[in-house]
Design a protein around this ligand. Structure first.
Ligand code: 4NP
Length: 133
């Protein structure tokens, strides 16, 4: 199965999802992308790098990219981190886009501190397990 995780910047939530999925579901193919272009080429945010490292996952070499119309039809599952990402994907023509969870994954980019990162990790891991297990 080919799975694309999508968030807004592709620096916090979706690269963390990609790292978790690559670690636990090696038989599948994963990538991540952002609906926005602001951070293209950048590594994941430090909050996501740090929580991933704490769980034994290295996401430091990932580089942000923007989701493209070339991705349409190229993935078995296109998985949005929140309802805005999903709406943006649908508007681009991703008919098969879906939410990771039935609720939005909160965006660490806007947090004041790192306190919620364990919770974010568990949310994303739980969503991936339900998606693929
Ligand atoms: P992400 O977080 O969508 O989880 O990567 C964000 C990163 C950057 C911005 C917003 C959200 N931004 O506005 O630049």
């Amino acid at each position: 199965m080919r799975v694309l995780f999508v968030c807004l910047g592709n620096i916090c939530r979706s690269p963390l999802a990609e790292g978790i999925a690559r670690t636990y579901y090696k038989e599948h193919i994963f990538d991540s992308a952002g609906t926005g272009a602001w951070h293209v080429g950048q590594p994941p945010c430090m909050r996501s790098q740090i929580i991933a490292k704490k769980k034994g996952i290295d996401i430091s070499t990932l580089k942000a990219r923007q989701v493209s119309v070339d991705d349409i039809g190229a993935w078995d599952k296109v998985v949005a981190m929140d309802s805005k990402n999903l709406a943006d994907l649908k508007a681009m023509g991703f008919e098969n886009a879906q939410m990771l969870l039935d609720t939005d994954v909160p965006d660490p980019y806007y947090f004041d501190n790192d306190e919620k990162m364990d919770e974010i990790y568990e949310m994303i891991k739980g969503g991936i397990d339900r998606l693929l297990a």
